[in-house]
Design a protein around this ligand. Structure first.
Ligand code: S3P
Length: 174
C-alpha cells in the first residue's frame, strides 16, 4: 500500500513523510528527490535548463513509477504534482492521499526564508511573495482538496501529524 502526502510548498510533506515511514516501518519516497536522482540534476537545474513543462513530464513519469512499486511506501509529492495531468486521480486510485493544510499566512511565514531553493519563488521580491502564495494556493486548493483526508497541521509536530494520519489509515494497515 502507498500513502501520498500532498500540500503546498513548505507544508512539511518531506518531514512528515519521513516520520510516517519511520512509524509505519514503510519505505519513504520523496518525489522531487527521486527525480533528482534519476536525472542527476537538482529540481532548480531542471527548471532553468529544460523548463517547467519538461519537469512536469518527468514528475508524471516518476509518480507512475513510484505508485506502481510493490513495496509499502510513504510518498511525498511535489507541491505542484496534483495540478498537472490527471495526477490526483492516479494518486487517489493507487494510494491513500492526505492533504497537509496550512493557511496562506502560515505558508508565507515558512517560505520567506526558503525562496532561493524554490524555482517558482526565487524570482519574487519579499513584497511580492505574500500575494503570489495566496493566489497560487487559491488556484491549487481544488486539487489538494481531492485528497481522501485533509489535516490541518498548524502548530502540530511531525510526530503528532504522523500519529493522526496513521489513525485514519484503513484498519488492516494500522
Ligand atoms: C513545486 C514544488 C516543489 C517542486 C518544484 C515545483 C510546485 O516541491 O516539485 O519546485 O509547483 O509547487 P515541494 O512542494 O516539495 O517544495
Amino acid at each position: 500500500m502507498h500513502l501520498s502526502l500532498t500540500g503546498y510548498m513548505g507544508s512539511g510533506k518531506s518531514t512528515v513523510g519521513k516520520e510516517l515511514a519511520a512509524q509505519l516501518n514503510w519505505e519513504f519516497q520523496d518525489l522531487d528527490q527521486f527525480i533528482e536522482n534519476q536525472k542527476q540534476k537538482t529540481i532548480a537545474e531542471i527548471f532553468s535548463q529544460e523548463g517547467e513543462i519538461k519537469f512536469r513530464k518527468y514528475e508524471r513519469e516518476a509518480l507512475i513509477e513510484l505508485l506502481e512499486s510493490d513495496n509499502d511506501s510513504v510518498i511525498s509529492l511535489g507541491g505542484g504534482t496534483p495540478a498537472y495531468y490527471d495526477n490526483m486521480h492516479l494518486v487517489n486510485e493507487n494510494s491513500y492521499s492526505v492533504y497537509l493544510r496550512l493557511t496562506p499566512k502560515e505558508l508565507i511565514k515558512r517560505l520567506e526564508n526558503q525562496k532561493s531553493v524554490r524555482p517558482l519563488l526565487s524570482h519574487l521580491s519579499d513584497d511580492e511573495l505574500p500575494e503570489f502564495i495566496a493566489k497560487h494556493l487559491f488556484e491549487r486548493r481544488n486539487y489538494y482538496e481531492q485528497a481522501q483526508f485533509t489535516l490541518d497541521v498548524k502548530e502540530k509536530s511531525p510526530h503528532e501529524i504522523a500519529r493522526e494520519i496513521i489513525l485514519r489509515l484503513p484498519p488492516h494497515r494500522k
